[in-house]
Design a protein around this ligand. Structure first.
Ligand code: TXA
Ligand code: MG
Length: 320
């Protein structure tokens, strides 16, 4: 399959992306978090193509993306008032609500689960596409199963080119990390995946404590430990106690400025957490291309605002 490279700046390209989706094919679309691999959520045959293109097991649930809050009732049921509180505070934006699935929603999207993840993305082009079509779109991150989520159209094309109908190029994603997922199906509410919006922010918004498991032990399909992996082995290191290189070629993504950089192929990472998140997957992808034996990543500060970064780094590091 020849994957079309469409531009999110061209109205005719956006229209074409819409038509491709409506015809049951896949388009990678920019969101404010990462690129999503989109299919018409109401078309089970189209949604099945997502699993095939990614090599993702059929029981790993997908997130449904909507363009208006009214669409919530098309996909979910038993909606608690807190869902609307979060939606009005953060939507469009990087928070996914886990709610009970509406009976009419196809189980292909949820991998057979009775719950469904749903969010309204903030990227202008994606919002416009959703609103003007009235469609809801199922979209996981646009990467092969267990690999790094793409934050640019080039990254999508490198891994899924030839397997999908088109990519709509909207440049770099603003956040660079996937949305926060909050489970609202039972109290106390809890975070299933850390992301740009923290548990502290959500607790403040709701006026009640939202649990945030530090270790991502939640046993849901799709929340596997080894995830977000580049091809090169990743190791988290502490700057003041670096391991021996043992003659290996090392790519080093560091925060502390290097004294002598000759030993490494190094990249200075931003100390600002938002900028760091924005750069993380791209930097791991770049480091992969340097053809080193290992990628070392300096451990970021251990504070709540960095939890989403730690989560992704821990998964990038584990090989199971
Ligand atoms: O920022 C994002 O959320 C991006 C963009 C494209 O919107 N999407 C994304 O999708 O990261 P994906 O499929 O790569 O990750 C979705 C996560 C999975 O870990 C899955 O386990 C969880 O959401 N999830 C979705 N539906 C669920 C459900 N019904 N129950 C439990 N977990 C669910
Ligand atoms: Mg993903």
């Amino acid at each position: 399959m020849n994957t079309l490279h469409l531009s999110a700046r061209e109205q005719k390209d956006i229209e074409q992306a819409k038509q491709i989706l409506a015809s049951g094919e896949l388009v990678a679309i920019p969101t404010e978090t990462v690129y999503g691999l989109a299919a018409d959520a109401a078309n089970p045959e189209a949604v099945k193509k997502i699993f095939a293109a990614k090599g993702r097991p059929a029981n790993h649930p997908l997130i449904v993306h909507i363009g208006s809050v009214e669409q919530l009732t098309d996909w979910t049921t038993d909606i608690p008032s807190e869902a609307y509180t979060i939606a009005s505070a953060y939507w469009p934006g990087p928070v996914t609500l886990l709610l009970n699935k509406a009976p009419q929603a196809t189980p292909v999207v949820t991998g057979g689960l009775d719950t469904i993840g749903i969010r309204m993305p903030a990227h202008d082009v994606f919002s416009t596409l959703l609103q003007s079509s009235g469609m809801a779109v199922a979209a996981p991150s646009a990467n092969p199963y267990k690999k790094l989520s793409p934050t640019s159209a080039e990254h999508v094309l490198n891994s899924l080119g030839g397997k999908i109908a088109a990519v709509l190029d909207g440049g770099d994603c603003a956040h660079g990390l996937e949305s926060t997922i909050i489970d609202l199906t039972q109290k106390p509410f809890r975070i299933l995946r850390t992301g740009p919006i923290t548990a502290a922010q959500l607790s403040e918004t709701l006026g009640e404590e939202v649990l945030s498991p530090k270790a991502h032990s939640v046993a849901v399909p799709g929340n596997v430990t080894s995830h977000y992996q580049p091809n090169t082995k990743v190791r988290l290191v502490d700057a003041e106690n670096l391991p021996e290189t043992n003659g290996n070629k090392i790519a080093y993504l560091h925060l502390t400025p290097l004294v002598a950089s000759a030993e490494f192929t190094a990249k200075q990472m931003p100390s600002d957490v938002a900028q760091y998140s924005h750069d993380l997957y791209r930097s791991l992808d770049d480091a992969d291309k340097w053809q080193c034996d290992e990628i070392w990543v300096e451990r970021p500060p251990v504070t709540e605002e960095w939890f989403a970064v730690h989560d992704r780094l821990n998964r990038a590091q584990s090989k199971l």
